[in-house]
Design a protein. Structure first.
Length: 295
């Protein structure tokens, strides 16, 4: 099967220009509906995650907010990605963050370090970071690279060299280097985002809670966003929760496969369990997914 064609720089520029125009139009519509003051009082609503931790699920929830109050879906890609999903340099990421205005809904994959920690937890922002069981994330990452993302640096390697599932999982868990290609180990990747878990003014939600206990998780999100700005709720709280829950439609995400918590048990052999424990140490205990190493 032929790989999909990358869009040209001109196509990417044109697409972005049209999206910026649509964004302005949506802001005008929202200000007209709720009033400019109500829109100005809403926080910038930002969802953050590491890859395959549930970013699209969280983003779907946040896109439910324009249906319950003065919020705007800019319709843009993640703040740290180009239109074709390539990573943006830090200066371009910060430009995208500065472009966000009160009420705008955005998401991205930003590490837990400065300037992002202070910036996205400051007044006028409502930032929600989603985390996921590292074992499920490892499995999801393998299928994403091998089957869903032909432009990923490791896609060809997974489909020509590391063709066995256990071998691929070993790479994702322990890291691997082949020439100029380097896959960071799972512990190090999580440590890059741990700063969000300790940052005041940021709400941390679990992927598992959104999948298994969505009502309670959504109530926490709604209360947090309401606490970050003096914006009017257009419906009752229960109706708002209904609308936020209705916004969750995993099948509409192009990267969704199963998203079932605990799915790792189907793929982790005893050898992979031992490798995971060796590489990640106390990570599962630190994140609250296990109480000890006896799993």
């Amino acid at each position: 099967m032929a790989e999909p064609r990358r869009m040209s720089p001109f196509e990417a520029h044109l697409r972005r220009a049209l999206k910026l125009l649509r964004w302005r139009w949506r802001r005008w519509q929202t200000a007209r509906r709720y009033g400019a003051q109500a829109l100005a009082a809403a926080p910038r609503l930002f969802g953050n995650a590491q890859t395959k931790a549930g970013s699209h699920l969280l983003h779907q929830v946040l896109l439910g907010f324009p249906h319950i109050g003065p919020f705007v879906d800019p319709g843009m890609p993640p703040v740290n990605r180009y239109e074709d999903n390539r990573k943006l340099p830090p200066a371009a990421v910060q430009k995208n963050l500065r472009r966000l205005q009160p009420g705008d809904v955005a998401y991205g994959y930003l590490p837990g370090r400065e300037p992002y920690l202070s910036w996205l937890s400051s007044p006028g922002w409502a930032t929600i970071h989603i985390m996921r069981d590292p074992r499920d994330l490892a499995v999801s990452h393998v299928f994403y690279i091998a089957d869903m993302q032909p432009y990923h640096d490791w896609h060809e390697y997974f489909n020509t060299v590391a063709t066995q599932l256990e071998e691929r999982l070993r790479i994702v868990i322990a890291g691997h280097r082949v020439g100029d290609l380097w896959f960071q180990d799972l512990r190090s990747r999580y440590e890059s985002y741990m700063g969000w878990l300790r940052q005041p003014g940021v709400l941390v939600v679990r992927f598992e809670d959104l999948r298994l206990r969505p009502r309670e998780a959504l109530r926490d999100i709604l209360h947090f966003v309401r606490s970050r700005g003096d914006w009017p709720l257009a419906v009752s709280e229960e109706e708002a929760l209904d609308r936020l829950q209705a916004a969750i439609q995993p099948h509409k995400s192009g990267t969704f496969r199963r998203g079932q918590p605990g799915n790792w048990r189907e793929y982790f052999t005893p050898a992979l369990k031992d490798l995971f424990k060796q590489v990640t140490g106390d990570l599962l205990i630190e994140l609250g997914y296990e109480q000890n190493h006896d799993w």
